[in-house]
Design a protein. Structure first.
Length: 528
């Protein structure tokens, strides 16, 4: 494998000739936007939650894709790696390397895994092994089935996954991830053992995987997922590292263009970056420059994992990116108002509110992350219905939706952000993107949670864009949870909505949750 420097020099020597040769078919399709519902399937979900009958591995993979087609997914982003690959790779170690399907749970492969976790890990690993044993190349089979359904197949690469990095003896880790000299520095905690891209060995390691993917699989797009994880450089070195990363992306873009020429069709390049522009730039993820220099075709802006965001700054990102790229807003599957507070799985109404906010702000696509299929039966039917709802902004406007204030989980080292909740004061304002104004006959229900009624100066009042909302009787079992209702005409319709919570000057309020539910009075259209 040549070094990064060698590849750059080679690129400079043949750059003009390559451009002339590749001009007819490159990674870009200038007049084409990437639109619709985009689904990311992580590298373990398919294998973790199902039993695969012997000899039926390929059929089970097909059914997995069939479900997404039923949900009107337009592009599937198939993640094939964390710290190993879920297919038999020639350049990385695969997840099941060293596993003996005929040995017991006491085999060396499982020695570093806590005993109570071995059963689940074995099911995951055995299913991966079984596909390979039956001659099923998982990415190839998924790609083939996608094309049969006219779903665009992408491969998504996690560029710095840190799962289980507190146990470096775990079989999850390929050898490079066990080398402390390659770890980031000056940032203790969960991300301390992420790899530092300042090291050529790290970039070459991922380069090999990128080359293999492009050589082996006929894909429509390659996604570099920089939200797994966004910390690619030692703390304090992000700006210098960002320049290095941009130069590396130029090499990747050229490689993709070469492969597109050989394939005879465009291959897009996408990236996934933190939700806030300032955060992405602060971490060296300079998506505006990547757009301006036509290094990428798709930018997905999203939270990392902790919670869905209902207020992705789509318009701000569009101003930064221009029209060179498609822009997608990413939805996570958890809902957490404050960092240390209660969390729930995203409901259909939560997802509807977040997706409509993305659509109405002008994004080209909605991108789902960690929205897993789950088992068959009614749960699977509800999953398909959820996907179908999110695919169309027109459909979403007819359905009840929830929009809330949530926490943030990605920060630039040394520059912590102030979380929006909890918030304390006698008059508090919370900007929310409530989306298009609902039709006549709908209500806007505001729910707020206080730290304690007894210490907050009594019940507060609430306004939506200066329109007073009326208090509604709540269950006595939830004395700190208050609900208010206003006509849906209070919603601005342009996404610039303000929820104002007014308390007593003598005893300031401490608010821990703010959410708005927009729904018809009669509830006939409730999301199923």
């Amino acid at each position: 494998m040549t070094s990064t420097t060698t590849r750059v020099n080679a690129g400079l020597i043949c750059g003009v000739l390559c451009f002339l040769v590749l001009a007819p078919v490159t990674g870009r399709a200038e007049s084409e936007k990437i639109r619709g519902l985009l689904e990311n399937e992580d590298c373990t979900d398919f294998f973790y939650g199902r039993t695969i009958p012997e000899g039926k591995a390929g059929e089970v993979v097909d059914r997995y894709v069939d479900v997404l087609a039923s949900g009107k997914v337009s592009s599937l982003f198939l993640n094939i790696n964390a710290r190993r690959t879920n297919y038999r790779s020639d350049v990385w170690g695969e997840f099941w390397e060293g596993y003996d399907p005929n040995a017991g749970d006491d085999q060396p492969f499982f020695s570093a895994i806590p005993k109570e976790q071995v059963k689940n890990w074995r099911r995951l690993i055995h299913n991966m092994w079984q596909l390979d044993h039956e001659g099923v190349d998982y990415p190839a089979r998924v790609i083939k089935r996608c094309r049969e359904h006219s779903i665009r197949p992408w491969i998504s690469l996690r560029m710095n996954d840190v799962h289980i990095n507190d146990n470096l003896d775990h079989p999850f880790h390929d050898e490079l991830w066990r080398r402390p000299e390659l770890f980031r520095k000056n940032h203790p905690g969960y991300y301390a053992r992420a790899l530092d891209y300042a090291h050529p060995e790290v970039r070459d390691y991922f380069w090999k995987l990128i080359v293999e993917v492009l050589d082996r699989y006929d894909i429509d797009g390659l996604e570099l997922d920089f939200l797994r994880e966004p910390y690619l450089f030692s703390a304090g070195e992000e700006q210098a590292g960002g320049k290095l990363l941009t130069e590396w992306l130029k090499e990747i873009r050229q490689l993709v263009n070469e492969k597109a020429q050989k394939r005879g069709h465009p291959i897009f390049v996408g990236v996934r970056v933190p939700a806030e522009v300032e955060t992405a730039l602060g971490l060296g993820l300079d998506a505006p420059t990547w757009s301006r220099e036509k290094l990428v075709d798709l930018v997905v802006v999203a939270p990392r994992w902790q919670t869905v965001h209902f207020d992705l700054p789509i318009q701000k990102w569009r101003q930064q990116l221009g029209d060179n790229v498609s822009l997608a807003g990413g939805l996570e599957s958890r809902y957490q108002p404050e960092g240390s507070g209660a969390v729930r799985h995203v409901t259909p109404e939560d997802a509807a509110g977040a997706a409509l906010s993305v659509w109405s702000a002008g994004a080209d696509a909605v991108y789902l992350f960690n929205y897993f299929q789950g088992p068959s039966g009614k749960g699977l039917d509800r999953y398909i219905q959820l996907l179908q709802n999110l695919e169309s902004p027109e459909q979403l406007q007819r359905l009840p939706r929830v929009i809330g204030v949530t926490t943030r989980d990605v920060q630039v080292p040394g520059k912590p952000d102030s979380p929006p909740l909890p918030a304390t004061g006698s008059q508090l304002q919370f900007p929310l993107q409530l989306g298009p104004r609902p039709p006549m006959g709908w209500n806007a229900e505001v729910t707020i949670e206080l730290s304690a009624i007894g210490t907050s100066g009594g019940s507060p009042s609430v306004q939506i864009n200066e329109v007073s909302a009326k208090p509604v009787m709540m269950q006595k079992t939830k004395p700190n949870m208050l609900k208010f209702v206003a006509p849906a005409s209070a919603v601005s319709g342009d996404g610039s909505d303000i929820i104002t919570v007014i308390g007593s000057k003598e005893k300031p309020l401490t608010v821990r949750r703010v959410e708005v539910r927009l729904a018809p009075n009669d509830e006939d259209s409730k999301v199923k």
